[in-house]
Design a protein around this ligand. Sequence first.
Ligand SMILES: Nc1nc2c(ncn2[C@@H]2O[C@H](COP(=O)(O)O[C@H]3[C@@H](O)[C@H](n4cnc5c(=O)[nH]c(N)nc54)O[C@@H]3COP(=O)(O)O)[C@@H](O)[C@H]2O)c(=O)[nH]1
Length: 802
Amino acid sequence: MSLPTEITDFLGILDESPVGVSVSRRRDGMVVFANRRFCEITGLGREHCIGHPARRHFADDAQRHEVVRQLRESGEIVDADVRFFRADGSSFWSVLTIRPATLEGEAVNLAWIYDVSKRKQAEQAILDGKSLIRAMLDSSTDGIVLLSPEGTILAVNAAASAIFEEDGEALPGRPVWNHLPAAVAEPMRRGVERVLTLGETVESHHAIGARLFDVHMHPVANAAGRHDRVAVFSRDVTQSHQRRQQLRKLETALEQAPVAVMITDSQGAIEYVNRAFVLVSGYSEDEVVGRNPRLLKSGETAATVYRDMWRRLAAGATWQGELCNRAKDGGLFWEYATISPIRDDDGTVTHFMAVKENITQRKETEQQLVHQATHDTLTGLPNRLLLEDRVHHAIEVAKREGRRVGLMFLDLDRFKIVNDSLGHVAGDQLLKVVSDRLRHTLRRSDTVARLGGDEFVVVLTHFQNSSELAEVAEKISAALDEPVELSGHKVHVGTSIGIALYPDDGDNFNSLMKDADAAMYRAKQKGRNTFCFYDSHMNDEALDRLKLEEALRRALVRGEFQLFYQPQVDLHTGLTTGVEALIRWNSPERGQVSPALFIPVAEESNLISMIGWWVLEESCRQIAAWREAGLAGIKVAVNVSGRQFLNHALVECISDLMAQYRVLPSQLEIELTESTVMAEPERAIEQLNRLREIGIQVSVDDFGTGYSSLSYLKRLPLSTIKVDRSFVRDVNNQSDNAAIVSAILGLADALDMSIVAEGVETEGEERHLKDAGCIKVQGFRYAKPMPADQLAQWMRREKSGI
Ligand SMILES: Nc1nc2c(ncn2[C@@H]2O[C@H](COP(=O)(O)O[C@H]3[C@@H](O)[C@H](n4cnc5c(=O)[nH]c(N)nc54)O[C@@H]3COP(=O)(O)O)[C@@H](O)[C@H]2O)c(=O)[nH]1
């Protein structure tokens, strides 16, 4: 299109304009003119602008539509911010103004563009910065409020709006005091004044409803450096306060806990201990912090316990178990510990926590109970249960090491007499003395146990041969043969010891015990206070003894006993002065059993008391029967065993029997063996005096076979000494027997006692005795023991002088 000159001039002017100008036809939007600046701004050559649609310059379709809409509605565009394309495809911000005009009758749009990219970028940067600050402020969990000196809210972040429970946009311009409780507003007002006056930060704590806040107020300066605003930062510390309180409660609970608590780091260095720990261990916190818990180690906890503990802890598991630890003062204490690993958020074990209950008392009670269950209460020695365990163990070790085990069975020889006569208290005292002597005689490695009663067992493991065992047995015998002082009485007990060996005699506890028991019985038979090694025949004997005991028991019930009577004769007159009652057992199974065989078994098994009472009663009954039969005045001497003699009830019992059968004291005599009298001389003196008070005379049997103390003999109220038949035998030919008999006669004379010589069998013996001055005799030479009816005939014959 060729343009008139005035138009060309106008366009020439526009071409020089510093603003980009383009002219486009309104009917088709085709550009008809673009000035130099327009081409510079868009980077397009003029030929790429003119003759092309104006819309192609718009970089944003939405903006283009808006421009078209406004043009349609108002016919012009004033200072719109629009993005245009550059020739290289990039875009720039421009301020666009379009005004309608007419060019040569053609309606056109005159468009001015002004590149505002730099300003836009700056604006965007500010906007970005502001929104960043805003975003930062809003993302803060602390409430932030900017206040004027009067307390007017200038700005708030989201957290502050939430505290005030108000819309954040509504708050600026309002006095902050209206949004605070009076109790908070007033101190805050003073705080603001102070911040602005002094220019310093003020900190305070406030409660708003149920929530707690830490408040920091900072001065904010203006461009001139003057503090003209206050920034208030409020931190909601409700939860942390509650947590702190909970922690404090936990700490108090830990401190006051009755259980010891210890926390170590992962390497075992102690970091914390509570008060219970300090009390139990005796160590202060300072003394243990930084140290390893092994400082409590006592050496009493089995190594396996620690191994198990570390195996579990290393696997990250909790360990529970009992530890025996040592306190600072050296004392031991027991703890039931639960040790658990403590992990951080990543699951790494950072610490270990030990919670330990003091179970010392329970342990001590347990140990006491175990001790009670395994030890004899009276002597404190191991009992049968523990003995069995020790023997098992000793056999196991001996088996491995190819050694022998010696088991000694001890039975006190005269314990039962002491117990019956002096009472249980003295008996207990005696057992304690015996225990102490055994303990002192043996090595610590040997076991001494009490089975009960007067039976003890010694187990020896360290000996070379059986003669060493014999030496030990001798030492024990010697120690127990020493007299024991009991309630003012000197008592001789003595012990019989049976010895069995592993593996020689048995390979288990029961067989060794059985064998040693059999050997002990043999030792008793050998004469007491001695020892005997087991040999295989002993078991048969022990079995026989047991059977005999059972048969004896039955005999009492079945009435298989009978009394025989042996006369005692006066050599001057040839008349019977009395008779000795001698028991006989007519066993349907065994036939006639000698009292020499069954009396010792009865003594061992306690049956002797019942048999003794039977003999006493039967003797009294017989005296009465003879009286009824016209044979008054027969004096009966009854053998009384040691146990029966020392029984408190003996005197009363004899009195009762005498009263029941109307027996005169002169018709009854008691015979005691020398050993019975001398076992307990003091006690014997007491009992003999009581018998004398009721008129009963006592003779001492088997005189010369035991060990009489002359000083005691002098004090004993005895009427007669019976010379044992071992001294009477062949007295006329054996000078030593003659000397003994002569000495006994002299003694009896000096002590004003009468003499009866036992077991006279020959005329020579009789003559010697008569010449020596012994008048009363007893023996087969005159009469053998006979049943009561035969004795009655014997007496009648004698009376009638036949
Ligand atoms: N506790 C009790 N002991 C009793 C009782 N009855 C008897 N015994 C004691 O038993 C032992 C054996 O007695 P026994 O077999 O009866 O022998 C007595 C006489 O038979 C025997 N004796 C008498 N004279 C002679 C003789 O000339 N030769 C000879 N070889 N033996 C003779 O002596 C025994 C009487 O002894 P002792 O009692 O010491 O006077 C014996 O120890 C009895 O004591 C009883 O009831 N209770």
